[in-house]
Design a protein around this ligand. Structure first.
Ligand code: ATP
Length: 367
């Protein structure tokens, strides 16, 4: 099911005692979610992710704009008539009901033509439980299960009605690191298997990048960039997106272009063709540093952290806005930890230039 968000805007009145006016939680959001894809809605706290999801589900009504599921305009439909499956961070299971009863619950409430026979309901509940691999736990109560298992029940409950669209709001936040990884793989598998168009909200960029077909990066209610995860990582449109994606985070330098050369700390570090003379912000991915004894970027060496396959060279540069630089280099390349300095050259594909005032990407050919 294709989902179309057309100029969606949601304004809330400000709630604080001394505040007046409105918060624009979602500002003119237009996007077509292709049929059968998993979309990651990503951004810092308060950027409007949950509000966007609630607009799609019908829990909130937009101030302006329309929402379509396929050709159906669902903007004025209540949530129960939209055919959406919802999964939240807190699993919201009924504690007094067994797993089986929890999964059956949405089916028991179907009315009219949608009403199912008892046998059909049991069959669907079992299929949903099998999909999330909890069919062996059907007679347990939620309190007798781990967080990961409870979240699977919540997913089964969302799937049992065969929703047109599946909406997941930070579904992994209550799980420990290992379970998070496992459950996110599971969500991806189920999504592929069912082909249900899915929107997944998270503030965790790694989570969004790893399972999404496309990510939507939001800030202050505004969509900053939409694209395949790798594409957004490789071609960020502005400094915010560049900084939001990637661990360790990108390194941001106050720099300058003069005579088509990029200078950091007065040293020419790359050729910058097509850029007029101006102060710029240069951002370098951690994997964009190359150890080079004669390289133009000289940094004060702090320490070297060996991380198995890679080595993280922790160092500092006066023009870098990050507290420390973490340059990721292959483990075979050795740095003498007793040295005071380490020198690098930069990999042009891993360096981005941004306008020093607007933070927008500058179209530059770096060499
Ligand atoms: P988080 O990751 O913290 O859940 P989010 O990206 O999901 O954040 P939203 O919950 O969508 O963000 O909130 C977006 C903005 O709208 C915030 O400034 C929030 O304070 C505001 N907001 C959300 N719901 C309401 C409401 N019911 N009334 C007033 N303001 C609201």
């Amino acid at each position: 099911m294709k989902v179309v968000l057309q100029n969606l805007t949601k304004a809330f009145p400000k709630r604080g005692k001394k505040e007046t006016g409105e918060v624009i939680a979602v500002n003119d959001f237009t996007f077509v979610i292709p049929d059968g894809k998993l979309i990651g809605l990503l951004g810092p706290s308060g950027c409007g992710k949950s509000t966007t999801l609630n607009l799609i589900s019908g829990l909130e009504t937009p101030t302006s704009g329309r929402i379509f599921f396929g050709d159906d305009d669902v903007t004025d439909l209540p949530p129960e008539n939209r055919g959406v499956g919802l999964v939240f961070q807190n699993y919201a299971l009924y504690p007094h009901l067994t797993v089986r009863q929890n999964i059956l619950f949405p089916l028991q409430n179907l009315r009219g033509d949608a009403k199912l026979s008892k046998e059909e309901m049991e069959k669907r509940a079992l299929e949903a439980a099998q999909m999330v691999q909890i069919e062996g736990l059907m007679e347990r109560k939620p309190s007798e299960m781990s967080g990961g298992q409870q979240q699977r029940v919540a997913i089964a409950r969302a799937l049992v009605k065969m929703p047109r669209v599946l909406l997941l709001d930070e579904p992994l936040s209550n799980l420990d690191a290992r379970l998070r990884l496992q459950t996110r793989e599971e969500i991806r598998r189920i999504q592929r298997q069912t082909g249900i168009t899915t929107v997944f909200v998270t503030h965790d960029q790694e989570e969004a990048m790893s399972i999404s077909d496309m990510i939507v990066v939001m800030k202050d209610g505004v969509v900053n960039q939409i694209g395949a995860p790798q594409e957004v990582y490789d071609e960020p449109v502005n400094l915010f997106v560049a900084q939001f994606l990637g661990t360790p985070p990108i390194h941001v330098f106050d720099a300058e272009v003069k005579g088509e050369l990029l200078y950091i700390g007065g040293k020419p570090v790359l050729e910058a063709h097509g850029v007029a003379d101006q102060p710029v912000t240069a951002a370098v991915r951690p994997e964009g540093f190359r150890l080079d004894p004669h390289g133009p970027l000289t940094c004060a060496l702090e320490r070297v952290e060996v991380m198995g396959r890679d080595t993280s060279v922790v160092c500092m540069h006066p023009n870098c806005r990050n507290v420390v630089i973490r340059a990721i280099i292959p483990a075979e390349e050795k740095v003498n930890e007793s040295d005071d300095e380490v020198r690098f050259s930069l990999k042009p594909a891993k360096v981005f230039l941004f306008d020093a005032k607007s933070d927008l990407r500058i179209d530059a050919k770096l060499k």
